[in-house]
Design a protein around this ligand. Sequence first.
Ligand SMILES: [Fe+2]
Ligand SMILES: [Fe+2]
Length: 111
Amino acid sequence: MKTELKAHAVAEERHFYIPLMEHDLTQEKSRHSVAEHHEIDEMIEKLEETDYSSSAWLVEAKKLQHRIHHHLDEEEQEVFQMGGRVLSDKEKTDLASEYDKEMTNQKKKDW
Ligand SMILES: [Fe+2]
Ligand SMILES: [Fe+2]
């Protein structure tokens, strides 16, 4: 899960959020989503530092779960729609294939 989340953040920031930041309509939302990626990173780190057998681990895991769901819902219900309005069809296709390539490469990394 850590690999998936880390790879997701890198690929999406490079091939979705950076291009979206160039447009006024999507700039603020992009910054918000990138900040959430960072927040999720820190939550993963905290979870790794927490003893798996302690009750705190489950508390932290649930917090992470809620954050991830919030983040994905927001992307799927708000950001993709806004992105659809500012990116051309060609940009969408190009970015999608760059994202896929980046995901494949990032997943090979030892996080
Ligand atoms: Fe994301
Ligand atoms: Fe959010």
